[in-house]
Design a binder for this molecule. Structure first.
Ligand code: SF4
Length: 499
């Protein structure tokens, strides 16, 4: 288990995907496939193998409700067939009705990878041309470059106020030598992930490789922390008397989630507190309690009140609930209510978000993610931008693409005879991956036929590679023609290409 390390800037491969489910809580994609409308072939074939909380996104698309997809590209080299997976994922979500965002992570490329601005400019354009050539609709979708997006920077600043260095240390292994720009690029990336929700909270999916999971987890965490962030600010303006403020402080103290180590305990604790704390224990009289409530209502917190309608309790306790909701609007406390009173979570969540947005907050929903397998390099091992023979660039001369496939490692046997007898090892074959991830396109039958013929011994590697090489050449020719056709679209698109 020790060899599973998720480092967004490292070059680690994740050898055993099952461990991701166990150790990091990534869920299996198969389990939600049935709620996905017209699943993409990468989903059907298990290339997209895992997810975090993807259901709300799938359901929103199914019900024609707002949803979004976003992914970023670090322009560190030419876009290659591994990046195509992510392009396809963004485009597919756009076609299912999601708002699609693609961004050039230039700040990250500069800060985390040391790319110069000239190098970044050169590659940024190539990524976007391939994205458009593959079908991204720039009129419906949004393209931006991190450094040129002012709103993004403002959001990053707000998010930075909720994150701190020790957290970065434990998540990313940052230390005293880590430069500040690198940290800034992390909060910028957090802002990217939440950017689609800036105008309106909505289920949002980030398609990534599993090595990017730390970013997703941090973003989900920050989204939670940002909730009710502004509500508590609004609360500060309620002009409470010192005695009233003490009451508030007392409540914060009582309900500090750090005191409770698991959901059940937390829930029991709060339920107990509600059941057992008589008004006399609060160190305030009924008039003060009432005055706090009145001030909160006058201060615009009134929409919080309807929440008490969920609870069938004595009047004091209702006031008590409203008070907790109002003065400590943190999600965690709120969740305790959901658990303790078994109110409908979706309805309550929705209500809470409305209240938050009305009060000037962001109302972010925790972003979801889907994870795709890494492609194996054509020479075996990891596909790497820095080893040209290991990958096929979307800009490769089609003839070179052809030759690289012809020269690829296979899962074939020593001799043709042995292959006929035992069958090939399609599951370990980079050439089969090319068929499954790219060359078969939407044609499942074809992908399955290649597989069955291979493992059944009817297919021999020479012919199989020839066919794949030919298909790759055709794909590259077609893709590069389309790239030329979309040049104009890119010029018209609202994105700054140069730093
Ligand atoms: Fe790979 Fe094709 Fe050989 Fe099977 S026949 S091992 S799929 S190259």
């Amino acid at each position: 288990a020790d060899d599973v390390a998720l480092d967004p800037w490292g070059s680690s491969t994740v050898s055993d995907y099952r461990k991701l489910f166990e150790e990091f809580g990534i869920e299996e994609f198969d389990e939600i496939l049935e709620v996905v409308p017209n699943p993409h072939y990468l989903m059907r074939r298990g290339v997209i193998f895992g997810h975090r909380d993807y259901r709300p996104v799938a359901e929103a698309m199914q019900n024609d409700e707002p949803a979004a997809v976003l992914s970023g590209f670090m322009p560190t080299g030419d876009p290659h067939i591994g990046h195509k997976l992510v392009f396809d994922e963004i485009i597919w979500h756009q076609q299912q009705g999601a708002d699609a965002y693609a961004l050039i992570a230039d700040l990250e490329a500069n800060a985390a990878r040391g790319m110069t601005w000239e190098e970044i400019d050169e590659h940024a354009r190539d990524y976007l041309l391939s994205l458009l050539a593959l079908g991204f609709d720039p009129e419906e979708g949004t393209l931006y470059r991190q450094s040129a997006n002012r709103e993004l920077q403002d959001l990053a600043f707000d998010l930075g106020a909720e994150a701190n260095f020790s957290e970065f240390q434990s998540i990313y292994g940052f230390d005293g030598e880590t430069d500040v720009s690198h940290m800034q690029s992390v909060v910028t990336q957090m802002a990217d992930i939440l950017y689609p929700q800036l105008e309106e909270p909505k289920p949002t999916v980030i398609p990534v490789g599993p090595d990017q999971d730390p970013h997703v987890r941090l973003a989900r965490d920050l989204a939670e922390r940002m909730r009710f962030f502004k509500v508590s600010e609004a609360y500060a303006s309620f002009e409470l008397e010192p005695e009233e403020r003490d009451l508030v402080a007392d409540f914060h103290e009582r309900l500090d989630p750090a005191d409770f180590d698991d959901d059940t305990l937390r829930c029991t604790h709060v339920a107990d507190a509600l059941e057992e704390t008589p008004l006399s224990d609060l160190d305030v009289d009924a008039a003060t309690l009432d005055s706090v409530l009145t001030k909160l209502e006058e201060g615009g917190m009134e929409p919080l009140r309807p929440r008490t309608r969920f609870f069938d309790r004595r009047a004091t306790e209702e006031a008590f609930d409203a008070l907790i909701d109002a003065i400590d609007g943190e999600k965690r406390v709120y969740e305790n209510h959901v658990d303790a009173f078994e109110i409908d979570r979706d309805e309550a969540e929705e209500l809470a978000r409305e209240v938050e947005v009305e009060n000037g907050g962001y109302g972010f929903q925790p972003p979801s993610s889907i994870y795709h397998r890494f492609m194996t390099g054509l020479t075996g091992g990891k596909m790497s931008s820095s080893v040209p023979a290991s990958h096929i660039s979307l800009l490769d001369d089609p003839e070179d693409g052809y030759s690289k496939v012809k020269a690829a490692t296979t899962g074939g046997r020593e001799t043709a005879e042995e292959q006929r007898e035992k069958g090939g090892r399609a599951d370990e074959c980079p050439v089969y991956e090319l068929y499954a991830y790219l060359l078969s396109g939407d044609d499942d039958e074809f992908a399955k036929r290649v597989y069955d013929e291979c493992v059944g011994g009817e297919r021999l590697c020479g012919d199989c590679k020839e066919q794949a090489a030919q298909l790759m050449k055709e794909f590259l020719e077609e893709h590069q023609e389309k790239r030329e056709e979309v040049e104009e679209l890119l010029e018209e698109a609202d994105i700054e290409l140069e730093s």
